[in-house]
Design a protein around this ligand. Structure first.
Ligand code: DGY
Length: 428
């Protein structure tokens, strides 16, 4: 089977009718940013199924109340006991905004890639056929209210002071769970003392997963959120973990640009001036997150105001987001340092661990986003070099959750949807 056929088979195998598992067993529900990337993959060979993926994700969008527009990081469309923390752990049933939902959800979000992936899907549909383009236009119109509400939730609930730099309140919200960038702020979080049982270690070797001390803290934060009735004002006032993640900020910025483009293309007649204002605020504020030590953007601890001066791949998304600094020379240096790029943490940094989840491994969808940004910033050769690294990883190791940047070995979950989708997007 060709790589393309294998990638299609993975999406088909992970399909649960309307939504796609990231991989069976380890992640038995629909994940937020996974779904956006996966929909892009479906678009390459089953456009109707691609739009369905997005519609199913938005079935879990909270409506009304202080979290109007919130989109959770997990939509629990069907029960499964192979994952911790499952639906019962989050305590969201009956929370304000969930009354009309047709699916149960977690209480934290994830990087809002949706509008960008929807825009890419729409472009692809236009190349398929006039019929696919007409279907895409209708689907985009149907998704716009939910997308707009979600962006507004981020700007309202996670940046009430209009600083331009949205906050997150849980490392899982960044999607880059155990990144060394979160070590300092996470160290202040108390460890949960209640009993619970992890299931991830039954699926993946412990050397590739976060340690117990990490889990004790993310469980504490999950329970904290519930104890505050999920009220964003109460949470932001006292949550012991508040971080301005350059990854979420960059992805939101690009997605707002793409959302405005979608609104214009659909002749959307609602007022979107607030999004234009939010874009301008972020474009100016982001320069406070420039690291002169690493020549890239980094995150910031919103409690202490200190930069989290750690060179992670999320800080290379500045070109993708349209920020001012030229990231070409920095990415070129990263490319020269590891055989398989781009590691999630720069290999010379003391917190780099080549096997452990977001502390070093390569994530293919992040490569795709960074390469897109470099292409737009006029560094086509760097974009091609990243794509060549990704292609070598697919060839050598197939479709894994993540990959060792030193050996190219596939790590974490196997038969992984977003790796397959990234490959399809790049090769189909
Ligand atoms: C996990 O369980 O590892 C996920 O990344 C949380 O979303």
């Amino acid at each position: 089977m060709s790589l393309n056929q294998q990638a299609r088979a993975i999406l088909t195998g992970n399909d649960r009718g309307g939504y796609t598992l990231p991989t069976d067993g380890l992640y038995p529900f629909q994940w937020n940013w996974d779904a956006s990337v996966t929909a892009l993959g479906w678009m390459c060979f089953a456009p109707a199924r691609a739009w369905e993926e997005m519609r199913w994700l938005f079935k879990g969008q909270w409506q009304g109340g202080p979290n109007d527009g919130f989109l959770a990081h997990i939509a629990f469309h069907a029960p499964s006991d192979s994952y911790f923390p499952g639906a019962d752990e989050w305590g969201t049933d009956g929370a304000p905004g969930t009354e009309a939902l047709r699916t149960r959800t977690s209480s934290i979000s994830q990087p809002p890639l949706h509008a960008t992936m929807v825009r890419w899907m729409w472009h692809r549909a236009q190349a398929i056929s006039p019929q696919a383009a007409a279907e895409a236009a209708e689907q985009v119109r149907g998704l716009l209210p939910g997308l707009l509400a979600h962006h507004r939730w981020w700007y309202r609930a996670r940046d009430p002071d209009r600083s331009g730099l949205v906050l997150n309140i849980h490392p899982w919200e960044t999607g880059m769970d155990n990144s060394p960038a979160w070590d300092v702020p996470l160290a202040r979080v108390p460890q949960a003392t209640r009993p619970y049982t992890r299931h991830d270690l039954g699926h993946v070797d412990a050397s590739m997963r976060p340690p117990q001390s990490f889990y004790d803290r993310v469980v504490y934060l999950m329970d904290f959120n519930r104890a505050q009735d999920f009220d964003p004002v109460k949470i932001l006032a006292s949550c012991p973990y508040r971080v301005q993640d350059v990854g979420i900020i960059s992805i939101l910025q690009r997605a707002s640009i793409d959302l405005l483009a979608l609104c214009a293309a659909c002749a959307w007649d609602g007022d979107v001036q607030d999004l234009h204002s939010a874009l301008a605020r972020t474009h100016n504020a982001i320069e406070a997150l420039w690291s002169t030590r690493w020549s890239q953007y980094v995150s910031r601890d919103a409690i202490t105001g200190e930069l989290l001066d750690v060179p992670t791949s999320s800080g290379l998304l500045g070109a993708y987001a349209g920020f001012r600094h030229d990231l070409g020379p920095t990415v070129a240096a990263w490319l020269a340092e590891t055989p398989y790029a781009l590691p999630s943490t720069r290999s010379g940094f003391p917190g780099f661990e080549p096997l452990r989840y977001w502390r070093g491994p390569v994530w293919q969808h992040v490569n795709m986003l960074i390469a897109d940004g470099l292409q737009r910033q006029g560094h086509a050769h760097l974009a091609q070099a990243i794509q060549a690294c990704s292609a070598a990883l697919f060839e050598a190791s197939g479709f894994h959750e993540y990959y060792d940047p030193l050996t190219g070995r596939g790590l974490g979950g196997r038969a992984f949807s977003w790796a397959a989708a990234t490959c399809l997007h790049w090769t189909d």
